[in-house]
Design a protein around this ligand. Structure first.
Ligand code: NDP
Length: 473
């Protein structure tokens, strides 16, 4: 049977997608470069390892692989993001013909995707910058798929991509055309940004409860499990599993070094927030928390110098409920922030992102699936572009939980527990809900030292005024 699609790159994700396609009757051929000699031919090994259940045609010669694919070709790249993608594209170029399609399914930067689309347009080669979420398991059993770029190209491969995607609760594929240009990869980037925020939120609540409220790990796991009956968050679910995992009677978590890195999408979200002038507090705080965690050596020296006395928190009546309410509100604020940047970038680039549809395809297969995500489908359907903290449903929730959030966050820090995402959610929430900000002082300072001029509250917007601050009146 002629292949409908060819996959380049048989790493963790590429292998999962190939098997997933085979399971869904998509005939697929695979290619991986041969860099370590014939002994370790990755494509052949992959076909061999799976030969009992599947028949994969495989290649380690690019030209033969391309000849084997029927025209116009559908080629899915699942290689390391960055220069590797450009290098593979330039190897492909001499063989590509009009209407061949490259689907870049790795975590490429959306601006790289935009550049690649423009470069390939000259050759009339189509391109889909496609976000894929769900990790190894998602790729194998059904990821959430975010394709952006040529709409015609999407329609051509929609049956393939939709057949391998996860299903939402109505049975519809968690795959939908996102928009033109780099929008698919932009949306994937923000998916990961929200993921960074939620991971750190769980991490810091666990840390606070364990080391400052002195709650036993089993109790924390049980409490998270109870919360998750309502929240149904995949990240909380895996964190509960992590809290149960022992190695020789010891909690495995205690043996894992407390130093995390960040190497792409989280930090890129922050860069995009600067570019589009949007506040991205929780996501940025989560990225910075990883950076500081990686600085273990200096943290350890500083800890000895400051000898910060850890205070024991008080487990007062009702604290469990307050912790839950605070956690849930930070989760909402973190999502509000991520979707706000999506909305802004959509407006600036005329992507016409459908936030309700994006929420829908994030309800299954991806890492940030949760009951909150399910509720966002309708929230954005009713108010397509509205900030979540201006949406009546969430205003109600936030009004109910804001005191708990302030209490939990400030208390935790007063005991000496760092709460980067919680604290930044508090500040964002307080800033966002203040009609009078402190920025009049900033504008006055700027005008004082830099002659930047300011707008006045008693004059129309757009009119600028200066004061000669050094001349006393
Ligand atoms: P792996 O490291 O497992 O695989 C990387 C693949 O890229 C290998 O097939 C490798 O080939 C190939 N490759 C690397 N450099 C080159 C090059 N210069 N030329 C040709 N091929 C090259 O990565 P993953 O499968 O985990 O990730 C692939 C992409 O998917 C990345 O962009 C990643 O960010 C993204 N992604 C990953 C997720 C995950 O959970 N792992 C989730 C969602 C997206 P070789 O074996 O020959 O080196």
């Amino acid at each position: 049977k002629k292949p409908k699609i060819g996959i380049i790159g048989l790493g963790v994700m590429g292998q999962g997608l190939a098997l997933n396609m085979a399971d869904n009757q998509v005939s697929v051929t695979v290619y991986n470069r041969e860099v370590r000699g014939a002994e370790e031919n990755i494509a052949r090994n992959f076909a061999d390892e799976n030969k009992e259940l599947y028949h994969f045609s495989w290649f380690s010669d690019l030209e033969k692989f391309l000849k084997y694919l029927p025209r116009p070709r559908n080629i899915l790249l699942m290689v390391k993001a960055g220069p590797a993608v450009d290098s593979v594209i330039s190897e492909l170029l001499p063989y590509l013909e009009k209407d061949d399609l490259i689907i870049d399914a790795g975590n490429s930067h959306y601006e790289d995707t935009q550049r690649r689309i423009a470069e390939l347009q000259n050759k009339e080669v189509l391109f889909l910058g496609t976000g894929v979420s769900g990790g190894e398991e998602g790729a194998r059993n059904g990821p959430s798929i975010m394709p952006g770029g040529s709409k015609d190209a999407y329609e051509r491969v929609a049956p393939i991509l939709e057949s391998i995607a996860a299903r939402d609760k109505t049975g519809k594929a968690c795959c939908s055309y996102i928009g033109p240009g780099g929008s698919g990869h932009f949306v994937k980037m923000l998916h990961n940004g929200i993921e960074y925020g939620e991971m750190q939120l769980i991490a810091e609540f666990y840390h606070y409860m364990r080391f400052f409220l002195d709650m036993p790990v089993e109790e924390i796991a049980a409490m998270f499990a109870k919360w998750n009956e309502k929240l149904d968050s995949y990240l909380l679910e895996i964190s509960i599993d992590i809290l149960h995992r022992k190695e020789n009677d010891e909690l495995l978590l205690d043996l894992i070094l407390d130093a995390a890195g960040q190497k792409g999408t989280g930090g890129w979200s922050t860069e995009a927030a600067l570019k589009y002038g949007v506040a991205l507090d929780t996501i940025t705080a989560a990225v910075m928390a990883r950076n500081i965690s990686g600085d273990k050596e200096r943290r350890t020296r500083a800890a000895a110098l400051f000898n910060f006395k850890k205070l024991d928190g008080v487990l007062y009546d009702g604290i469990h409920e307050k912790l839950f309410e605070a956690f849930r509100l930070v989760q909402v604020v973190n999502h509000s922030i991520g979707f706000d940047l999506l909305n802004k970038a959509s407006e600036e680039n005329n992507w016409e992102l459908d936030l309700s549809e994006i929420s829908r395809i994030w309800t299954n297969g991806c890492i940030i699936r949760s009951s909150l995500m399910n509720s966002l489908i309708d929230s954005f359907k009713d108010n397509p572009k509205e900030h979540l903290l201006l949406n009546p449903n969430f205003v109600k929730l936030a009004n109910r939980s804001r005191e708990a959030l302030l209490e939990v966050g400030t208390q935790a820090m007063s005991y000496g527990c760092p709460m980067p995402v919680t604290a930044s959610a508090i500040n964002y929430f307080l800033n966002f809900t203040s009609s009078q900000s402190s920025a009049n002082m900033i504008q006055a300072q700027r005008d004082y030292f830099g002659a930047h001029a300011y707008e006045r509250t008693d004059k129309p917007r757009g009119e600028f005024y200066r004061t000669h601050w050094k001349i006393k009146n």
